[in-house]
Design a protein around this ligand. Structure first.
Ligand code: KG4
Ligand code: ZN
Length: 334
């Protein structure tokens, strides 16, 4: 059978990335240009600045990807592109680059939902097997999704307010840590003890999450301590926050696994890089005898390898977009 090479392009937030993936699983070349250093002075991603940097970087990222792969566009079978959700201005840069290449080299254009990309990051490790439950934990999403087959997504629940990554980043800001705060909280948490009492979010029978109450509790706690002239025990706060946030995620995931009887769990998105979350997920899955897949750290946060991997399966299903494809800030996972 002929090998299929998909070029993936991702620019939904502050990473400009291109990757070439063979047969959905072999990483031939992945290039990621991160803008973290640009945005950290502002405490978060500034959309206008992000778009300008994508414009500056996209051509070099694509060129470097082809060079590293020792390939030309003639070797590529299809171009997979993140069309949303994300920052519109950022998405448009990747989308225009993808359309231009597809037009110029007469290649199929394959539309990929960003969250589908995060889920398919797991197929870079091992092909997905169904049925499975996907726990998506990123800067913009916190969702539990059931999949019976490729690109058959059924949302069981999701956050009612803030996404978990957003909450990590906000708590980090309160503690005085630089953007993105998630990895820093995760590191600091192991140095402290969970001695601050924080509310456990949304203890109910649904598969939904809620993190705004927890976020507000951390902000209030910080203000109260300052007013009392007490200094914040930063590592203890990171540990207390992470314990409660992870507990909420793991308990809802456990319930979804028990109720559906699904024996395969995949974790996806930037917060899947959290060691605190990984440890508790593995413990819970062990108890339920559920097989777990979590991508290596480099495929957890935004990257084009996951888009190209999803693109391979979408290509095989005949999914194509024409040149009217537009970027979307939010869209149903499909
Ligand atoms: O998936 P992602 O790269 O971008 C979105 O699609 O949103 O996720 C970014 C989020 C950020 O909120 C970041 O703080 C969080 O993932 N993150 C982490 C870790 N690494 C990244 N959160 C906790 N622990 C980590 N090690
Ligand atoms: Zn993402």
């Amino acid at each position: 059978m002929k090998d299929i090479y998909i070029l993936g392009i991702e620019s939904s937030c502050d990473e400009t990335s291109a990757a070439i993936i063979k047969n959905g699983c072999i990483d031939i070349a992945t290039v990621i240009s991160s803008q973290i250093d640009v945005h950290k002075d502002y405490g978060g991603v500034v959309p206008e600045i992000a778009s300008r940097h994508h414009v500056k970087n996209i051509t070099f990222v694509l060129q470097e990807c082809l060079e590293r792969a020792k390939m030309t566009m003639d070797d590529i079978d299809g171009i997979a592109i993140t069309y949303g959700p994300g920052l519109i201005g950022s998405l448009l840069i990747g989308l225009e680059a993808a359309k231009t290449l597809a037009y110029l080299y007469q290649k199929p254009l394959i539309p990929i939902h960003h969250i589908a990309g995060h889920i398919y990051a797991n197929s870079l490790v091992k092909p997905l097997q169904f049925p499975l439950l996907a726990l998506v934990v990123s800067g913009g999403h916190t969702e539990l999704i059931e999949m019976q087959d490729h690109f058959k997504f059924r949302k069981l629940g999701g956050t009612l307010d803030d996404a978990i990554g957003e909450c990590y980043d906000k708590v980090a800001r309160v503690i005085g840590l630089e953007y993105p705060g998630g990895p820093k909280i995760d590191k600091l948490a192991v140095e402290g003890s969970p001695t601050y009492k924080l509310p456990v979010p949304l203890k109910d029978d649904s598969y939904n999450f809620s993190f705004s109450g927890l976020k507000s509790a951390v902000i209030n706690l910080s203000h109260n301590e300052t007013q009392r002239g007490n200094s914040l025990r930063e590592a203890d706060l990171a540990s207390s926050f992470q314990k409660v946030a992870v507990k909420s995620i793991v308990e809802k995931t456990k319930k979804a696994l028990q109720d559906t009887g699904i024996k395969r769990l995949i974790v996806a998105g930037g917060v899947a890089a959290s060691q605190g979350l990984r440890n508790e997920i593995y413990k819970m899955a062990d108890e339920l005898q559920v097989e777990v897949s979590i991508p290596p750290l480099k495929y957890c946060t935004d990257n084009a390898a996951m888009i190209a991997s999803a693109g391979y399966y979408a290509y095989k299903l005949g999914r194509r977009a024409d040149f009217s494809l537009n970027s979307l800030s939010s869209d149903k996972l499909q």
